[in-house]
Design a binder for this molecule. Structure first.
Ligand code: B1M
Length: 211
């Protein structure tokens, strides 16, 4: 088993000390932070997702692993993931849609956007469309980012976009969406300006939308 697979397996088993050791080892060996994230930590969360589905793991345990993963990203990978590009690209209002409490992916995308020079107003999780519209009015961003991790909350992306349209603010902003169940076809269907599958492509997309 490769070192990155070991990270995935140990994360899924909540062997925190081992995960720290393995991430440090990989960094010392020059493995790029993005590879550690994608092939180690994210793969570990996929294993956890499967365990959740089969009810082999309880929600508090999933939450514990999720928090630990955020901590590792923050403490060990963040500086290396950031591009250090300080160009001011503009302001993004960002939220996980109403009914959805998943935020690790959202936080990762925000971290990369901030690193690339965007100013981000993070509205958090489970955010109702009205709150998002109010935040656009108040902050006057040039972009809105919406994240959804559940098939049941994907429709809330459309509801939110519709509410933004009804408020008359749609023309002022570009809208990008993402999250595991979301794809380009869905983005086209709901009238978003773009979709990105992961945090680094989200940054590239945001830059292209900001141009
Ligand atoms: Co949840 N959960 N969860 N969960 N959870 C999933 C999503 C699931 C796939 C697990 C499974 O069953 N296999 C499943 C969804 C099934 C479906 O709808 N198809 C699921 C379920 C069912 C549930 C509950 C319903 C479980 C229950 O209560 N019975 C419940 C729902 C709660 C709710 O939201 N109302 C629930 C709860 C939770 C926890 C609270 C325990 C916890 C979340 C903790 C937290 O986020 N603070 C949790 C977790 C951790 C997961 C898994 C295991 C991991 C998610 C994650 O953080 N991934 C997940 C399984 C999985 O994804 N493998 C699962 C890592 C993260 C970095 O990736 O979020 O995909 P991701 O973000 C990526 C991209 O998607 C993209 O970039 C990110 C970085 O590369 N991206 C964007 C994200 N947003 C973007 C926005 C953009 C662009 C790109 O532009 C705006």
């Amino acid at each position: 088993m490769s070192d990155l697979e070991q990270i995935a397996k140990n994360l899924a088993n909540a062997n925190k000390t081992k995960v720290r050791e393995l991430v440090q080892l990989a960094l010392d060996q020059g493995v790029p932070a993005k590879e550690i994230l994608d092939e180690g930590l994210m793969k570990g969360m996929d294993i956890v997702g499967g365990m959740m589905e089969r009810e082999e793991i309880m929600i508090p345990e999933v939450l514990d692993v999720a928090r630990f993963m955020s901590q590792i990203i923050d403490e060990m990978l963040k500086p290396l993931l950031l591009e250090g590009d300080a160009n001011p690209y503009g302001k993004v209002v960002f939220a996980t849609v109403q009914g959805d409490v998943h935020d690790i992916g959202k936080n990762l995308v925000i971290m990369m956007l901030e690193g690339a020079g965007f100013q981000v107003v993070d509205l958090g999780i489970d955010v109702p469309p009205e709150t998002i519209v109010d935040a656009i009015r108040e902050n006057q961003p040039n972009m809105l980012g919406l994240s959804a991790l559940l098939t049941t909350t994907m429709p809330m992306i459309k509801t939110t976009i519709d509410e933004v349209k009804e408020s008359g603010l749609r023309d002022q902003i570009k809208i990008m969406i993402g999250g595991a169940p979301v794809d380009q076809q869905f983005a086209d269907e709901v009238g978003a300006d773009g979709y990105a599958p992961d945090a680094s492509s989200a940054t590239l997309l945001a830059k292209s939308l900001a141009d």
